[in-house]
Design a protein around this ligand. Structure first.
Ligand SMILES: [Zn+2]
Length: 73
């Protein structure tokens, strides 16, 4: 059983790869050793983000390969 894992702003990146912003579908690359930032397309995790994704504690990044296997929406 695949466990869907979502990440929020400031979470450490444990694996370099393509990640998808679940609320808007924007895909970008993040690198191991860095931390997740807001989505440059929809500003999720900030007060200017989409509905239900305006808090810094909201998790919205998902590893794209996991998303393809196990879409959250
Ligand atoms: Zn986004």
């Amino acid at each position: 059983m695949t466990k869907t894992r979502l990440f929020k702003i400031g979470d450490p990146i444990l694996k370099t790869g393509m990640y998808i912003c679940v609320p808007c579908g924007f895909v970008t690359e993040f690198f191991e050793g860095e931390t997740f930032s807001t989505c440059e397309a929809c500003l999720a995790g900030t007060p200017d983000g989409p509905y239900d994704f305006q808090n810094v504690e909201d998790e919205f990044w998902q590893l794209y390969d996991d998303y393809l296997e196990n879409p959250t929406f």
